[in-house]
Ligand binder design. Sequence first.
Ligand code: FE2
Length: 299
Amino acid sequence: MTRPAPAIRKTAPPRFAAPTDGRLDGAMRAAYVRDGFLILEDMVSPADCDALQGRIAHLIDGFDPTIARTVFETRTQSHANDAYFLESGEAIRFFFEEGAFDAKGRLTVPTALALNKIGHALHDLDPVFSRVSRNPYFAGLAAALGIAQPLLLQSMYVFKQPQIGGEVGWHQDSTFLYTRPLSAVGFWLALDDAALANGCLTAIPGGHRGPLRHRFRREGYRTRMDDLDSTSWSAIPPAALGAARGTVIVLHGLLPHASAANRSARPRHAYTFHLIDGAAEYPDDNWLRRPTLPLRGFA
Ligand code: FE2
């Protein structure tokens, strides 16, 4: 989904020192209710950021790079391509940047610099990602946000590589992680300092108070995007959600957000995971299914 991009607003959005137990004070709550996002600085320690990045390097070391060619060659074979994605809800799968291949399907950079993301069950299948994702301050944050029965639904390690990291267009996360009633909330952790130059998040402050515009639905091994509401995006200029390493940004499931391509020489790694409320219905036409791996909360 794209939208005309008015100039990014000059004023930086409010940011807060992260509470050690995840509990939110009045000012933090007010910012989240007003804006639909909440920037919490120094929430994750440098040691835990190092642990996640070290673990990703380890996973990449154990990854068979010949699959990269397969991924390239199957890009036009939608079934195989879709299956690799659609079955990733209970797996750890590797997704490449379009710009990482030459015309013959050869990687033009090392695997570690060619990946777009790894997902979507790192938080359950990898012990280090599970430990950090289930740190008590995240559980406290979920409780403070009023999520009665938090379930960790999906996780992604996002690379936003130097020079080739692609843009992510305007969207609402509840489009892809749909419950009745809506309950998806994202926790986005900066593993590198993120600014506009290397493709930090941008968001429309208050845009979460509008309706869900689209829904991404699965039919067997096909997916489709349904239009739900044609209300245009707010004309409010987007804010740049710059974030130093260790910062966590809470994202309301209805918040319109995006990120530009990274054309800089700096990486912009991030780890993001999403919760839903187990008290809500999770329709089985969501793209993400977990037939063999039951969802877990913070315990
Ligand atoms: Fe998103």
